[in-house]
Design a protein around this ligand. Structure first.
Ligand code: PBG
Length: 316
């Protein structure tokens, strides 16, 4: 499972290296069959139907990637995002299939409403404020449906206050104590999420996400959120994005005793892809430099769209 063997860091004095075991590959699943649909500003990343996701996992598995983060892409959107907790929803079906075919793969399932709600927001509004209780109720339903499908980790990304506590409670109550929580604890209201929002068609239709995501000028808030998340029962805490937030990763690593994950997000990825296309730098070299920096800062796990390429390069 996650966080095992081959932790290379520390083998040589003053050297930081990462290995394929530190990497998590995000995947986008969509309804249909034989679908492999490119996303305009997200080169090399596709919307895949279940049969193609299985093929992809088989392939990346051969290169040694053993953890994936699953996102559902759907046009079944409504005011409350009800398709997200449908027991036969696209993510739920995908988790079941992956578990059946590849039991050794660690499945992390992203919990959020933004890709399922018509307004693109991560929470439910009551007037112009977020109704936290109602949002937590829905996030918990999603968590339970993922656990029932066989997810190893659930990853709440809504930045709702109390999300870990609510999810831990419903999982424990339904005998899913073994399902772990991979919390997006320090998620900043960032400008680097563009390609992802294009992928999920989840840009907020009004306002922005600063209502619930962190202000990037505020270090204390980020550390407080991570601390609270651990107290509520998070097994892994995440800093997101990664590159502009290496200081936060480092502080988190020094302060907390749980594994730290960093999300090398879509905008960071696409910058590298477009920069390499323009020959500003060599893709492989720049990706190794970036991932080493994230690891050096203290990330135990790195969620990155480069995971497949990196695993291939490492294999050669
Ligand atoms: C949804 C979510 C987002 C990302 C992961 N989960 C986007 C957002 O907050 O708008 C971003 C990932 C990326 O950019 O790669 N809550």
């Amino acid at each position: 499972m996650l966080l095992r063997k081959n932790e290379i860091i520390g083998k040589e004095v003053n050297k930081t290296l990462f290995s394929v075991d530190n990497l998590v590959m995000p995947l986008f699943v969509t309804e249909g069959i034989n679908i492999k649909k490119p996303i305009k500003n997200f080169p090399g990343i596709f919307h895949l139907s279940i049969n193609n996701i299985l093929k992809e996992i088989d392939e990346i598995g051969k290169f040694g990637v053993s953890a994936i983060l699953v996102f559902g892409v759907t046009c079944k959107k409504d005011k409350i995002g009800s398709y997200s907790w449908n027991k036969n929803g696209i993510v739920q079906k995908t988790i079941k299939e992956i578990k059946r075919r590849f039991p050794q793969i660690s499945i992390i399932a992203d919990i959020c409403l933004c890709g399922y709600k018509s307004d693109g927001h991560c929470g439910i509004f009551n007037g112009n404020v977020i109704d936290t209780d109602l949002t937590l109720k829905y996030l918990s339903k999603i968590a339970l449906s993922y656990a029932e499908s066989g997810a190893d980790f659930v990853a709440p990304s809504a930045m709702m206050d109390g999300q870990v506590k609510a999810i831990r409670k419903i999982l424990n109550k339904n005998s899913f104590k073994h399902v772990r929580i991979f919390d997006y604890s320090a998620k900043f209201a960032s400008n680097f999420y563009g390609p992802f929002r294009e992928s999920l068609d989840s840009s907020p239709k009004f306002g922005d996400r600063r209502l619930y995501q962190l202000d990037y000028t505020n270090i204390n808030d980020a550390l407080r959120r991570m601390k609270k998340s651990i107290e509520e029962g998070a097994d892994i805490v995440m800093v997101k994005p990664a590159l502009a937030y290496l200081d936060i990763i480092k502080m988190a690593k020094q302060k907390f005793n749980v594994p730290i994950a960093a999300y090398n997000v879509s905008g960071e990825y696409s910058m590298v892809k477009f920069g390499s296309e323009k020959h500003i730098f060599d893709e492989k070299n720049v990706v190794f430099e970036i991932l080493t920096a994230i690891k050096r800062a203290g990330a135990d796990l790195i969620i990155t769209y480069h995971a497949k390429d990196v695993a291939k390069w490492l294999k050669k």
